[in-house]
Design a protein around this ligand. Structure first.
Ligand SMILES: Nc1ncnc2c1ncn2[C@@H]1O[C@H](COP(=O)(O)OP(=O)(O)OP(=O)(O)O)[C@@H](O)[C@H]1O
Ligand SMILES: [Mg+2]
Length: 196
């Protein structure tokens, strides 16, 4: 299974999603995370602590890829349409994280429109950083995505400080001492189960 995480907008949770989907897939079979972002956020995450899977940058990827059953690719923000064509052609599933904010959703519409023009069907939207109740932004956005017939994961990822702590500690979120760490991990676990 080759999963790529991408978005036109930056800061929507691509790296956090890539790290946790790789953590999930690693429980099934050896998983390689290819850090395709020049900022190397995923690599830096792993260097601050320890992650349960192998990470290499895209220059090393060809050599390592053959030894892994699953691959997750983290990408840079703001790909152009040509980039997107290569990105979607180069994976089994393209995961598009988006937050329930209008700027993120505007970027998502551009991405999905570009994918539709490319006649791609191997993509799915993941709603991330959903604010806690009483906000209904998450539910409203989910309804909007479904009404627009966008393929969307049933599981949405909550906005939880535990994810920032996990990044700072260089660990998967379940390894963080935080009252909501288990719930945070449960959400990515559910997303993983929707995939495989
Ligand atoms: N579900 C979440 N709840 C709270 N904070 C989150 C969540 N997901 C990610 N974050 C935080 O939001 C910030 C951006 O997340 P992340 O780095 O995963 O996004 P990105 O799309 O990879 O960004 P970039 O476009 O810069 O690569 C980080 O500080 C991260 O810790
Ligand atoms: Mg990133």
């Amino acid at each position: 299974m080759i999963i790529t995480v991408a978005s036109f907008k930056g800061g929507v949770g691509k790296t956090t999603t890539a790290i946790h989907l790789a953590t999930y897939l690693q429980t099934k079979a050896p998983c390689l995370l290819i850090d395709g972002d020049a900022n190397r956020s995923a690599t830096l995450w792993s260097k601050r602590g320890e992650l349960p899977f192998k990470i290499v940058d895209e220059r090393k990827a060809p050599k390592y890829a053959r030894d892994f059953e699953h691959i997750v690719i983290d990408t840079y923000a703001h790909p152009n349409k040509t980039d997107l064509e290569s990105i979607v052609d180069g994976c089994d599933l393209l995961v598009l994280p988006t937050t329930p904010e209008s700027m993120s959703l505007d970027a998502l519409v551009l991405t999905v429109t570009a994918l539709q023009e490319l006649k791609a069907t191997n993509y799915k939207v993941l709603l991330t950083m959903v604010p806690p109740k009483p906000s209904i932004d998450g539910e409203e956005t989910m309804q909007l995505l479904r009404k627009s017939n966008y393929p969307v994961f049933n599981t949405a990822i909550s906005r939880l400080v535990a994810f920032q702590r996990a990044s700072m500690a260089g660990l998967p979120v379940y390894a963080i001492k935080d009252g909501r760490a288990a719930r945070a991990w449960d959400e990515y676990l559910s997303v993983g189960k929707e995939i495989l």
